[in-house]
Design a protein around this ligand. Structure first.
Ligand code: KIV
Ligand code: ZN
Length: 387
């Protein structure tokens, strides 16, 4: 049996930080129900001190989830944030406080204006303070991707000694190469005492389009929690997309010695729901859940898929709850796809006549982006009239 990788969904916290994606409590509850159907392991429900609405969302999702998922509240490494997070989580069966602070030179110098020693101390104090309220405390080392490695190890050591159950290593600015990020996780495992008893989480952003690769690089080095969002929503270019992480782990379970318990057949539904609720459209060519993820347009590809689906499809659309593969008829399509679709619509022509239908099809296709079934109906009926 491969290692289990815990899926920590942060659609309702980091995902909501996508410009334009804000959600009210009812919206968040609708999405939380779908996250539970997906069987994610942890739901980061919000940042309670940031607004009364977020406080309420964490409270309600805590009650909704019961024992089915850990419910997580974000708190900066500041006592009043932690107090507020603890209060919001009071009714949750599996509460987790997620506290931390920036650890890169940029964060220490410009944002926090503290020394390295002060940062280590704040990490230790905030985890210990959160432990007064809940057993499950997750520490985040914001901007770990740009931190000095030995300093990062000192901060994480302090968090582990103070009782963190999870240490979250974010590449907050999505700037690392996968092998650099992997080396960070390896370094932490080699140098932080007691880290073998805590969960290492990776939290990656997509500024260079590599959030999923970074997360998988972390898993390869022993991380057993991946933080991600539906449709890759999140600050700036977004977070690692949950659907990509889950499907990559399914496909490469042996190579990565890792699996998740997510119900993949709920992925498409989750994507559509999040898009509808947030109003954030999913780009058509988005991996796994985009409208074109299982659509084939060129004649060469269509011919291949008609002969054997896996010529060009490595994921069965059923596996992710999608409608099935689609052949898009356009001026790039060939005879095989046209004949196939006509047959599905109930038309068949002898070879001699079919050539005429195909020529006419190309004339129509050159005028439009896509040829629809209504166009094929008229085209076929025209031909039937002519003979
Ligand atoms: O990107 C980040 O560093 C975060 C932390 C708050 C975990 O979202
Ligand atoms: Zn983030």
């Amino acid at each position: 049996m491969s290692r289990k990788v815990y899926i920590f969904d942060t659609t309702l916290r980091d995902g909501e930080q996508s410009p334009g994606a804000s959600m009210n409590t009812d919206d968040k509850l609708i999405i939380a129900r779908q996250l539970l159907r997906l069987h994610v392991d942890a739901i980061e429900a919000g940042f309670p001190i940031s607004s009364p609405g977020d406080f309420r969302s964490v409270q309600k999702i805590g009650q909704l989830a019961g024992d089915d998922a850990a419910v997580v509240a974000l708190a900066r490494a500041v006592e009043k944030d932690i107090d507020c997070a603890a209060e919001a989580l009071r009714g949750a069966s599996r509460p987790r406080i997620h506290t931390g602070l920036g650890v890169s030179p940029q964060h220490l110098r410009e944002k926090l204006r503290i020394s390295e020693d002060e940062c280590v101390e704040r990490a230790r104090r905030s985890v210990a303070y959160a432990k007064r309220y809940v057993e499950d405390v997750q520490f985040y080392a914001e901007d770990a991707g740009r931190a000095d490695q030995s300093f990062l190890e000192r901060v994480v050591q302090a968090a582990v000694e103070a009782g963190a159950t999870v240490v979250n290593i974010p590449d907050t600015t999505g700037c690392q190469l996968p092998e650099e990020f992997a080396a960070r996780i390896r370094g932490l495992r080699e140098h932080v005492r007691g880290i073998e008893d805590v969960t290492i989480a990776v939290h990656t952003h997509n500024d260079l389009g590599m959030a999923t690769s970074l997360a998988l690089a972390g898993v390869r080095e022993g991380a057993t929690q991946v933080e991600c969002t539906i449709n890759g929503l999140g600050e700036r270019a977004g977070n690692a997309a949950l659907e990509e992480v889950v499907m990559a782990l399914r496909m490469h379970e042996d190579a990565l010695d890792a699996h998740t318990d997510v119900v993949a057949s709920e992925l498409t539904k989750a994507s559509r729901l999040v898009s509808r609720v947030t109003g954030m459209q999913v780009q058509a060519n988005k991996a796994i859940v985009g409208a074109n993820a299982f659509a084939h347009s060129s004649g060469i590809h269509q011919d291949g898929v008609l002969k054997a689906r896996d010529t060009y499809e490595v994921i069965d659309p059923d596996e992710v709850g999608a409608q099935g593969s689609e052949l898009i008829l356009s001026a790039r399509s060939g005879r095989a796809a046209l004949r196939h679709r006509l047959a599905e619509l109930g038309y068949s022509f002898p070879q001699t006549e079919f050539e005429g239908v195909y020529r006419r099809f190309l004339e129509v296709a050159d005028q439009k982006k896509e040829v629809f079934d209504e166009d094929l109906d008229s085209l076929a009926q025209e031909r039937e009239r002519d003979v």
